[in-house]
Design a protein around this ligand. Sequence first.
Ligand SMILES: Cc1cc2nc3c(=O)[nH]c(=O)nc-3n(C[C@H](O)[C@H](O)[C@H](O)COP(=O)(O)OP(=O)(O)OC[C@H]3O[C@@H](n4cnc5c(N)ncnc54)[C@H](O)[C@@H]3O)c2cc1C
Length: 271
Amino acid sequence: MMASDDGSAKVLAGGQSLVPMMNFRMASPSRLIDINAITELDYIKADGNAIRIGALARHNQILGSDLVRERCGVLAQAYGHVAHHTVRNRGTLAGNSCHADPASEMPAVLLTLDATFHIDGPNPRSVAASDFFLGMYTTAVGGNEYLREIEIPMLAAGRRGYFDEISMRQGDFAICGVAAVMTIRNGVCSNARIAYCGIAEHQFRLTEAERWLEGRAANAATALACADLAASSVQPGGDVKASSDYRRHLVRVLTGRVLETVFNENGLERT
Ligand SMILES: Cc1cc2nc3c(=O)[nH]c(=O)nc-3n(C[C@H](O)[C@H](O)[C@H](O)COP(=O)(O)OP(=O)(O)OC[C@H]3O[C@@H](n4cnc5c(N)ncnc54)[C@H](O)[C@@H]3O)c2cc1C
């Protein structure tokens, strides 16, 4: 149905973002294609060293999955900041990713986890997280395609992560959110990923900070210095919720907090 459409049809997954958009007339799809009866898309499964999450896996199923908690704890931990129980009962990770609200938490987490997005349509393809989130409400999924699956590598031994944010209220979208995942061996950081949400047109990795962390000691001084580097590297937008300066301040505070948590081994590591 997607392939035969002119590109203005929309997939209806959990409806937790699309229906509000339609209420506000920000979306007026020519056709709604409800995928909720396609049970083959409802799964969370292990496949070698990867976790595969189908398009119909709900937020709460992922949050409560033993597989996710044990092999990719940061994903479950970050879910504590996403919406409310009732919204999470219907909303899907795939829908959340395709909606691509710039203040959404999960795209930042998926960037740090090096997730891969499997897209189906006339030209099935797989897209790395770093090429998936293209702009405000814009992703690599084309008008006549749909996102079938998100593949997330399990965290290897010694690799751990953490997410934190400031929002207006618990369960609101992030004014600023920071996700970090890295390997720490013998007290030294490597292969770090740091990503932000809520401060720009789309979630992004701060590769300057990631490179800077390579080979550094995992201690408080490193966390503070990296937080300063992050704050001076970003160009946060300002809006009715927060000024650009305040968001820059949050980048500094939250980056330091998230890194210290990861360094202190409170980050949720694979068991
Ligand atoms: C009160 C409230 C609070 C919320 N708070 C937060 C929050 O703090 N953080 C947060 O991240 N989110 C929040 N959300 C949004 C929630 O996470 C949504 O569930 C999510 O953004 C969209 O998922 P969905 O499955 O409901 O998608 P839908 O609403 O069904 O779809 C969203 C968009 O994605 C497209 N789409 C969906 N699935 C696919 C697919 N498989 N392939 C191609 N396109 C697809 C749709 O066509 C549509 O354009 C909140 C929502 C509400 C109502």
